[in-house]
Ligand binder design. Structure first.
Ligand code: LCS
Length: 391
């Protein structure tokens, strides 16, 4: 958490913004502008030379976006933040900033499908290779770090298998080798998990999901040390250009205010749905970080406030049975994305992770029977009634 507000429930609302600086406006003003005028040619020169503070052009910075960046930095407990046009713009800006041709990235064994796609592209175009590591023990991580490893990239919980990675354990090994660790915190948000507190170097988000919470934007965020964030801002963000629009930043600021109460409800609903799924005869397996009987629960206890709102489960039968189940749903929407008020359901093998070759997908634990549920904010009774009738 930032210095100013000790409690995240207060920080999500007040951090990064002072109404006194904006004519008393309670909410952050929307600076919907592409550029900023200079009083004189010399002022323009000085701003470009970095000799004078001030805005220049919205790809280089915008006051509405700035509030968002300061807020997320405080929520994650980091020095600085940066906002992007999508989660993938954030992922690619970070990975390209940390690597050059012939470097190596060590990843958790399981990643969002497009992150996997980006790693393939980096290998094909720039010989930046990667390996997937189980990351269950220090020895496994140690054994796969190479002399040219410049980044360890982790999702926890992993999309969509919900497998957990012990961040303190990974950090211990990473520190021995001086390799920076990047954590995709999309599934947890800083309300449930703050990777920087475990010593991780960079945390990133698809802010499209829980941080926004209303399913109306696509956006990304990163937080880390000021030097690194400035480096990204002036290279892989400025020159590749995946910046957020001021309006999307404004919507995100609005959504963030209710993050804690939304996450509590997502978790409460998911806890009930998990319990019901676990007992259902047509469900072969359920994966949920809040499952006290699972092996990974020791990690949940250590690094997460609660299990969150995402559940994956395997249904008895074939791919067609999984699809039939989805088609039977009435209230729950068949859609990718997650973290919205509406309960969303999808079939990773044919949707979010379909770009991953079947063999790699199965190694990651994604089979044709796996279904991913983003438990929404409706009454859990209604969510369960829908799931039950679809079975
Ligand atoms: N990281 C994770 C863990 C994600 O789940 C996603 C998107 C991204 C990064 C990329 O973010 P975006 O560019 O979409 O904002 N995950 C999606 C999913 O599971 N369903 O639809 C998108």
């Amino acid at each position: 958490m930032g210095e100013k507000y000790k409690h995240i429930e207060t920080a999500v609302i007040h951090e990064g913004y002072d109404s006194k600086e904006h004519l008393g406006s309670l909410t952050t003003p929307l600076f919907q502008t592409s550029t900023f005028t200079f009083d004189t040619a010399e002022q323009g020169e000085n701003r470009f030379a970095g000799l004078e503070d001030g805005y220049i052009y919205s790809r280089l910075g915008n006051p509405t976006v700035r509030v968002l960046e300061e807020k997320i930095a405080a929520l994650e407990g980091g020095e600085a933040g940066l906002a992007f046009s999508s989660g993938m713009a954030a992922v690619s800006a970070v990975l390209f900033a940390l690597t050059k041709a012939d470097d190596h990235i060590l990843c958790s064994k399981g990643l969002y499908g497009c992150t996997f796609g980006l790693l393939q592209l980096m290998e094909e175009k720039y010989r930046i290779t990667h390996d997937f590591c189980e990351m269950e023990t220090e020895e496994q991580v140690r054994g796969m770090i190479r002399p040219n490893t410049t980044c360890i990239y982790v999702e926890t919980p992993i999309n969509p298998t919900m497998k957990m990675i012990d961040l303190a354990m990974v950090m211990k090994v990473a520190k021995e080798y001086g390799v920076p660790v990047v954590v995709d915190n999309t599934f947890s948000t800083p309300y449930l998990q703050r990777p920087l507190e475990f010593g991780c170097d960079i945390v990133l988000h698809s802010a499209t999901k829980y941080l926004c919470g209303h399913g109306d934007i696509v956006a990304g965020l990163i937080v880390g040390k000021r030097d690194f964030i400035n480096q990204v801002a002036m290279t892989t963000q400025k020159d590749i250009g995946g910046v957020i629009s001021p309006f999307d930043a404004w919507l995100l600021l609005r959504g963030l205010k209710t993050l804690p109460i939304r996450m509590d409800r997502h978790t409460a609903n998911a806890t009930e749905i998990f319990r019901m799924l676990k007992e259902h005869p047509r469900v072969k397996a359920v994966y949920y970080p809040g499952d006290v009987e699972s092996q990974d629960y020791r990690i949940t206890e250590k690094q997460m406030k609660s299990g969150g709102g995402m559940i994956s489960f395997e249904i008895e039968g074939t791919k067609q049975d999984a699809q039939k189940f989805l088609n039977n749903l009435k209230l729950i929407k068949i859609a990718v994305s997650l973290g919205d008020a509406e309960t969303l359901i999808q079939h990773p093998a044919t949707m979010t992770h379909s770009a991953i070759p079947k063999e790699s997908r199965e190694l990651m634990g994604i089979n044709d029977q796996l279904i991913r549920l983003s438990v929404g904010l409706e009454s859990w009774h209604d969510i369960w009634t829908d799931l039950e009738q679809a079975f």
